[in-house]
Design a protein around this ligand. Structure first.
Ligand code: TRP
Length: 372
């Protein structure tokens, strides 16, 4: 916590009436955090083992962003387990959640008192606020969501959770007054919907919600021009996806490193015979350059310049295969060093904090509707 805020919190803690009411305390802390610090919030569904694409394109950039800002911002990293159950989950959801938290830690997430890790379903205010926001959002705006249209397409009966997904997401964000929500471009529409709901609510009831930053500002904050998308190794026009059947199309984080190296060696390239970053004309080669840069944490431009003018795709593949297998060896070793107990302790602490913040915000909303 920054100095001035810590000082204020301490002063309020000292007051008898504040000490005797945990709710009042949370409300005051909320107000002060809103005033002094920004909240950065993100979640990643834990329905299965992640691909290298999920890791390099979403989880790792988030960890780097969190580490950069955790001295002067609140960082909320949560597992949207209620969002998980809109579709089938591979294996046991509880185990998947523990593994996901381990991914963050193995990726180097630094924990301090501003970093909060929690499970959505352990903070009941999310579902409660979701219901209330259902009564603020309109059928029209929710029906326009691309993700809903795509997921419900061709399904004889689509569950209501798929439709309501973005409203629960709005609750996830608004409960914590988050300004920045680092997220993939497929979720930008949901951020815009969240903003609209928050502005409509505030217009009617006063400034209760912090309106998250516009998509353009989110992108600036994330420091990526148009999102990182790791491609399918065999069909590089497509995004790498765990649901693709062909094993050689994707690398999973628990793949045997030697096997992963072989997959890189068999990646599709092209017949142009020059190493160049050009996602449009040379998506396969560009994808390999992108992977090489992210795995080694060096700017893409440096990798592109280092390979400029070379013609042998085999050399590039060997280098990327070596980088990926080395990364997997290190990553998997770190995963085994982190115990379930360590993760559970982090979650319990995070959930205590999250319930405090979320319940205080929920009460403001309930009061606005005269439910309290
Ligand atoms: N919808 C996000 C995804 O599929 C996960 C998510 C749920 C989320 N609630 C959120 C992300 C709130 C950021 C903020 O990846």
């Amino acid at each position: 916590m920054c100095g001035a805020l810590a000082h204020l919190v301490e002063r309020f803690h000292g007051m008898e009436e504040v000490r005797s009411s945990s709710l009042l305390r949370s409300t005051i802390i909320n107000l002060m955090v809103d005033f002094y610090m920004k909240t950065i919030l993100t979640g990643i569904r834990s329905n299965s083992v992640l691909t290298l694409g999920n890791y390099l394109g979403a989880l790792l950039p988030m960890v780097r962003l969190a580490n950069k800002h955790s001295k002067d911002s609140q960082i909320n990293i949560f597992v949207p387990d209620l969002h998980s159950i809109i579709s089938d989950v591979d294996g046991d959801l509880r185990e998947n959640i523990i593994r996901t938290i381990k991914y963050y830690l193995a990726a180097g997430l630094e924990i301090n008192e501003n970093v909060h890790i929690y499970r959505q379903s352990y903070v009941p205010a999310h579902s409660e606020l979701c219901w209330i926001l259902n009564c603020v959002a309109t059928m029209g705006e929710t029906s326009r969501m691309t993700q809903y249209k795509e997921k419900s397409k061709g399904q004889e009966s689509c569950n209501v959770g798929i439709f309501d997904y973005p409203i629960l997401m709005a609750a996830d964000i608004l409960l914590y007054s988050a300004t920045y929500v680092p997220i993939g471009e497929d979720q930008f529409q949901h951020i815009e919907l969240t903003r609209n709901i928050a502005m409509r609510f505030n217009h009617k009831f006063g400034e209760i919600f912090t309106v998250p930053a516009k998509t353009a500002d989110q992108v600036k904050f994330m420091e990526v021009s148009d999102g990182i998308r790791i491609r399918d190794l065999l069909n590089p026009e497509k995004k790498m996806s765990k649901s693709t059947k062909a094993e050689n199309s994707k690398i999973m984080l628990d793949d045997d490193p030697a096997k992963a190296a072989k997959k890189i060696m068999s990646a599709t390239t092209d017949s142009l015979g020059k190493v160049k970053f050009d996602m449009f004309n040379q998506p396969g080669v560009s994808n390999l350059l992108q992977i090489e840069a992210l795995v080694n944490d060096v700017p893409l431009q440096d990798v592109v310049s280092a390979w400029a003018g070379t013609t042998r795709y085999g050399d590039l593949k060997s280098k990327v295969a070596e980088s990926v297998s080395k990364m997997l060896v290190d990553f998997q070793a770190k995963m085994t060093e982190i115990s379930d107990k360590q993760v559970c302790e982090l979650l319990e602490k995070g959930e205590k904090y999250a319930n405090g913040v979320a319940n205080a915000k929920l009460l403001e909303v309930q009061r606005a509707f005269h439910l309290r």
